[in-house]
Design a protein. Structure first.
Length: 150
């Protein structure tokens, strides 16, 4: 069964499931939520600390990003816990060049930068991420614009 909350993602990581797998499955569930309220509830509970600094900070960044970019709702309180921030910048690119790091620093969403994680301009992409089920243009909850090119 796929994780239905970010808290479940943290629990699965604690149980030994790879972060990438647990997070991808959660994102599929999140983008398939029927309403904004249902999607918001999926972010409400704090994931347990995993003991892995990057995973804990990433879960905080994901909670912030999904709340702001997709739901246009208040950030979950747990995303401001000290364990949700990295002490040193972390770059998600396999390239270790100064130019790759500069590109990531420039293009990373603010919600990820805030947690000291530097990634691509539109992270957390899944098949449904461009048009989540709960998407309602009349509420101005359009998802982030996909950037092509470069």
């Amino acid at each position: 069964m796929r994780p239905r909350t970010l808290a479940e993602v943290g629990s699965r990581i604690l149980a030994g499931e790879p972060l990438d797998k647990a997070l991808a499955e959660f994102l599929d569930e999140f983008y398939d939520a029927i309403s904004v309220d249902e999607a918001e509830a999926m972010l409400a509970a704090a994931p347990p600390p995993t003991g892995v600094a990057y995973a804990d900070a990433l879960l905080g960044a994901v909670g912030d990003y999904l709340s702001m970019q997709y739901l246009r709702r208040r950030l979950p309180d747990w995303t401001t816990e000290p364990v949700r921030f990295l002490q040193h910048p972390t770059f998600t690119s396999a390239l270790d060049s100064a130019s790759a790091k500069a590109w990531l620093m420039h293009n990373s969403p603010a919600e990820f930068k805030h947690h000291n994680i530097f990634t691509e301009a539109v992270p957390l992409r899944r098949k449904r991420s461009e048009h989540p089920r709960f998407h309602n243009r009349s509420l101005n909850t359009s998802p982030p614009r996909m950037i092509s090119g470069t």
